[in-house]
Each structure stands twice: as structure tokens, then as C-alpha cells.
Design a protein around this ligand. Structure first.
Ligand code: SF4
Length: 363
């Protein structure tokens, strides 16, 4: 009988686990019904490498140019011990910066020491109420029964006795507007940090509400490198996140649904990996393309299934699993089962409307 830890190590091929970040946790909660993803992420499998190995490389992420431009912007915002950063945050929150901030970069130490130091400093008594900025604090969250560390890509700002999560993003704010999709992604990621920071304070006996649900995004304005701060209320995202994390099964329960010899070791033979992945239940949806490195593989695997066309289609065609079957029902070639009557009527009506539209007149 192996322990959960041993099984997870065997699944990732004996290499160290990849660390979670706010993006991977936000994405994990976006598809909580996918056992394949939960097990691979829970084991810390190198999914980009795995996807490449099986011939379906992931195609998202930033270009090198965008990464260096983002790094330069971040360095600019954090310069001078965070003086400009504090000014932007205080101005946006409408509070007085209240003196020279202390700036603590927690990026330098090893994993355990960094987490311990982050915990010590963030939960220390705030007697003088002076502003303090903590760069790269290492936070953690419990995911599916396992405590995972979050790649620290935030600044925690303590100002007027409250903490605010500050994220520096490289997407621009043009004429006061940013790409809504990017803001939404940043909001759910920031909510992950807010939740982790609240848990940290609560575990130390502090009021978790000291961490504000108003997070501060700092972005370049109008394609220039001039930083601008915006407030984003992540209360709704926190609710979603808590609900989804609570719904996720424990990892040991998920492992019980996975074959005993399942491996996703990226050095194994591609055919063996494809067969192994095929034995673990997945729930592909078009949203996966923006959130999971295995999306091209899972989309290929789900081809021909109505579920692969997205939730609205899946809900409208409940009980019709295959595209071929849906087409047969639409053509009237196949009468369908009694429980498919509603979907069949819908499909026949859609086929009739399509035929009318193509003919340019009612049939
Ligand atoms: S891409 Fe595949 S593994 Fe990833 S969440 Fe979607 S279905 Fe699950």
C-alpha cells in the first residue's frame, strides 16, 4: 500500500513537483469536475512538457518580448524602495501614505524559510501603523487536501492598518479601459492571494478581514510606461473560489478513481502516456484552451462529442452525446430515444431554420 505522496511522486516520474501559482489555482477551480487535471496538478506534473511529449504542445503564454517588457515595467514601478508604488496605491485607496514605507523583498530565501519569514512578518503586530510593502511573500493554500505553495507574484501592501494585494500587470489601460478578459483573469488570481493571505492571518489569530477585498492592479497607461493604479473588488471571485475549492474532492479520493499504475512521467513513451491519460476521466470544454496546457490533446480526444462544443451546447443537447447522433436527429434519420425527444425537436427546428436561411426563403 503506497502513501498518497509516493503515488504522486510516481505519477510525475520522480522529478520535483512543479509549484502552483495563482493562475493555475484559478484555472483549477474553473473546471473542478476534471479528474485528469486535478490529479496532474495535484501531483505537480510538468504539464507543458507532458503536452509537448504527446505531440500537443500548449500554445499560450507570453512572448519573450512581452515578458521582458513586463519585467522592465515591474522594476520601474518597484524602484526606490516602492516609493512610487506606495504613492499610487495610497492615492487610489484615498488614504494618506503616512511616512516612508519599509520595503521587504521575501524572494531571496529557500521555500520553507521564505514561507516562515512571510508568515512572521505579515502576522507581526503593527504598532506604529507605518506603511509596509512586502514583495514576493510566499503564501499557501489547501487544495484538494494538500497544502500547496503559491508562486509569489504579488506585493502585499500594509496601509492604514489593512492589507491590500497589489499586482503589477503588463496589459495596458487605454482611455481608462483595459481588456475585460485580462482584468477578469487578474481578478480571480488576486482573489487567490487574498484568500491565502486571509488564511495566514486567521491561523495567527488575527482578523482575516484585515485583508481587503479591494485589490490594486497597476498597469501601464495608454501603451506608455506610465503606471496607473485601478481598484478591483474581488468579493464575488472570493465566493466562487471558496465554493469551488470546497467542491473539489480530496486528492486521495481522486486517486482512487485513477489506475494504480497511472503515470504522466514526461520521459515515458508518448503512446504509453496517451493511453495512460485516456484512462483518467476528463471534462473538456472550450474554456480549457485558455486555461490548461493539455487543452489541445483533450480537444482532439473529445472530437465528435457534443460536450466539446461548450456548456450551452451540452445543456441544450442533454442526452445526445455524439455529434453524429445529433446530426442524425436533426435530419430526422434517427427517431431518438424517448428521453431525447426535446433535444431532437430542437435539432430539427434548427435544421429547418438553417435550410430556410441558406435557401433565402421559408421552406
Ligand atoms: S484541458 Fe483536459 S485536463 Fe485540462 S482541464 Fe480541460 S479536460 Fe481537463
Amino acid at each position: 500500500m503506497t502513501t498518497t505522496e509516493q503515488r504522486l511522486a510516481a505519477i510525475r516520474g520522480g522529478v520535483p513537483a512543479r509549484r502552483h501559482n495563482a493562475r493555475t489555482i484559478a484555472a483549477l477551480t474553473g473546471n473542478p469536475g476534471c479528474t485528469r487535471r486535478a490529479v496532474l496538478d495535484g501531483a505537480g506534473v510538468d504539464k507543458p512538457r507532458l503536452a509537448e511529449r504527446i505531440g500537443f504542445p500548449a500554445r499560450f503564454g507570453q512572448s519573450r518580448f512581452a515578458i521582458s517588457r513586463g519585467n522592465a515595467f515591474e522594476a520601474q514601478v518597484k524602484a526606490d524602495g516602492g516609493a512610487e508604488l506606495l504613492r499610487l496605491v495610497a492615492e487610489r485607496l484615498g488614504v494618506s501614505p503616512g511616512g516612508v514605507p519599509t520595503w521587504t523583498d521575501l524572494n531571496a530565501d529557500g521555500l520553507t524559510q521564505r514561507h516562515e519569514r512571510s508568515r512572521e512578518l505579515l502576522t507581526a503586530a503593527d504598532d506604529d501603523a507605518s506603511p509596509a510593502l512586502f514583495d514576493h511573500p510566499l503564501l499557501s493554500l489547501e487544495i484538494a487536501g494538500q497544502r500547496v505553495y503559491l508562486e509569489p507574484d504579488l506585493v502585499a501592501a500594509r496601509l492604514a492598518g489593512r492589507y491590500h494585494v497589489v499586482e503589477i500587470k503588463s496589459f495596458p489601460v487605454v482611455d481608462g479601459q483595459a481588456d475585460p478578459g485580462k482584468v477578469a483573469a487578474a481578478a480571480i488570481q488576486s482573489a487567490v492571494y487574498v484568500l491565502a493571505l486571509r488564511e495566514l492571518l486567521a491561523a495567527a489569530g488575527h482578523d482575516p478581514e484585515l485583508v481587503s477585498a479591494d485589490v490594486v492592479l497597476i498597469c501601464p497607461r495608454d501603451f506608455a510606461n506610465q503606471p496607473v493604479a485601478s481598484l478591483v473588488d474581488v468579493r464575488r471571485q472570493l465566493l466562487v473560489l471558496r465554493r469551488q475549492l470546497a467542491r473539489m474532492d480530496r486528492l486521495d479520493a481522486l486517486l482512487a478513481r485513477v489506475p494504480e499504475d497511472f503515470t504522466a512521467d514526461p520521459t515515458a513513451e508518448p503512446a504509453a502516456l496517451v493511453a495512460a491519460l485516456g484512462a483518467v476521466e476528463a471534462h473538456y470544454a472550450p474554456d480549457c484552451l485558455a486555461a490548461c496546457e493539455l487543452a489541445f490533446f483533450c480537444r482532439h480526444e473529445a472530437r465528435g462529442h457534443t460536450a466539446a462544443l461548450g456548456r450551452p451546447v451540452r445543456e441544450a443537447l442533454g442526452g445526445v452525446a455524439d455529434v453524429a447522433e445529433a446530426l442524425a436527429l436533426a435530419d430526422g434519420d434517427h427517431p431518438g430515444e424517448p428521453d431525447q425527444a426535446e433535444a431532437a425537436a430542437l435539432l430539427r427546428a434548427a435544421a429547418r431554420l438553417r435550410a430556410e436561411a441558406l435557401a433565402g426563403r421559408p421552406t
